[in-house]
Design a protein around this ligand. Structure first.
Ligand SMILES: [Zn+2]
Ligand SMILES: [Zn+2]
Length: 176
């Protein structure tokens, strides 16, 4: 008699983007059509690890995700667990979970929230573009929602496109 393969991925595969934060990735995973996971809780339940993924989606990592939890989700997707590790904040950096930040120029290149934007140690400037990171929508002034719900690349309130926000980002420090 054939046994169902317990290690076979049960969720549709979603390729991680470069520098993508785990919050943004988990949101894309849940909203991916084949997966039908309306809540963060449903994802944690499917992986058998409870509600921790809801905290990760909010960029709260205390206690820090453990290998077993990441492995359980990675198995569901058929994703290499090391790629999950790469979506977490570096342990030697201090994370600032709020406000959620954005570089519209980065977003135009690769549409995802980057974990590096939330590091407290770094002045809130995108080092790639030398632009100040936005901490709220420049149009309606509302704070950005958690990256897990950035499904359409727009401000949830006034629908301004993230890519259009780049013109409101001030230059970082001038050199010399
Ligand atoms: Zn940038
Ligand atoms: Zn807005």
């Amino acid at each position: 008699m054939r046994q169902p393969d317990e290690d076979a991925p049960r969720l549709g595969y979603v390729e991680p983007l470069e520098q993508e934060s785990i919050s943004h990735y988990l949101g894309r995973l849940r909203y991916f059509k084949a997966n039908h996971l309306p809540s963060a809780y449903a994802l944690g339940q499917a992986a058998g690890i409870g509600a921790v993924t809801a905290r990760w989606e909010k960029l709260y990592f205390n206690p820090f995700p453990i290998e077993e939890e990441l492995g359980a989700i990675a198995r569901l997707i058929g994703l290499d667990p090391s790629r999950f590790q790469a979506m977490l904040p570096h342990r030697d950096m201090t994370l600032q979970s709020r406000p959620i930040r954005l570089c519209g120029a980065c977003y135009a290149e690769i549409p995802c929230h980057r974990m590096v934007w939330q590091y407290k140690d770094i002045v809130a400037v995108c080092t790639r573009h030398n632009l100040r990171l936005l901490e709220r929508c420049p149009s309606c002034k509302r704070p950005f929602q958690i990256p897990a719900v950035w499904t359409d690349g727009k401000c949830h309130h006034c629908t301004m496109r993230f890519t259009a926000m780049v013109k409101y980002q001030e230059r970082g420090k001038k050199d010399g």
